[in-house]
Design a protein around this ligand. Structure first.
Ligand SMILES: Nc1nc2c(c(=O)[nH]1)N[C@H]1C(S)=C(S)[C@@H](COP(=O)(O)O)O[C@H]1N2
Ligand SMILES: [Mo]
Length: 195
């Protein structure tokens, strides 16, 4: 095989365009953050429901992760370095029951996104408070956002406040509004019919 016929795997999923800047995209307004009232809950199909205050959450061990992000509106941004708590570590605090197969991610103002549990157990799923060496900007999800780089970025809820473990799948906000339930950018799972 010569060099010209070798195919190099693309970093860009089908139908996407690379962007240098980091667009801001969300429904609704940027919520106000009150550290005294903020909490993070893990509930549903768990052994022990967990409620963490902001202080308790921030005391959890952190890690960093560099990944590409892909929005369904066709922009991709390469190499963002997030810092935060692995989603798995938070799930382990509550003890996920064997019956749990799906997660509803809950954020401020009722925003929800659903995904299969395996994505949150993956080592690249982070509850992030910093990006590229700085605290997250309010419009990018401060004080905390989910980062699930394997799925279109609408699953990565900004201003996240909790994880609900579920035995049955349920649709989140964009999933109820015409977007795909799975949202794998490499399979171009952008849109789907309502259930
Ligand atoms: N709470 C909340 N999180 C959200 C959204 C939203 O509307 N509300 N939009 C999603 C979408 S569609 C995208 S592409 C990313 C955008 O994140 P960014 O604004 O930091 O680029 O946030 C996701 N998280
Ligand atoms: Mo998006």
């Amino acid at each position: 095989m010569n060099a010209q016929s070798r195919s190099v795997p693309s970093r860009l999923p089908p139908g996407q365009q690379e962007t240098e800047k980091w667009p801001v995209l969300h429904y609704g307004t940027v919520p106000r953050f009150d550290p005294a009232r903020w909490d993070f809950k893990v509930f549903g199909e768990v052994e022990q429901p967990v409620r963490l205050t902001y202080q308790e959450f921030m005391a959890l061990p952190k890690t960093t992760l560099t990944c590409d992000i892909h929005c369904v509106t066709a922009w991709s941004k390469f190499g963002v370095t997030f810092e935060g708590v692995p989603a798995k570590a938070v799930l382990d605090l509550a003890g996920v029951k064997a019956s749990a197969k799906f997660v509803m991610v809950h954020a401020e103002q009722g925003y929800e996104a659903n995904l299969s549990l395996e994505y949150l157990f993956a080592p690249d799923a982070l509850l992030a408070h910093r990006a590229d060496g700085k605290d997250l900007a309010p419009e990018h999800g401060w004080p905390l956002r989910l980062v699930v780089p394997r799925l279109y970025f609408w699953k990565s809820a900004k201003w996240v406040r909790g994880l609900e473990l579920m035995a049955q799948d349920r649709r989140g906000f964009w999933e109820r509004n015409g977007y795909h339930n799975q949202a794998d950018p490499w399979k171009e799972e952008r849109y789907s019919d309502p259930w």
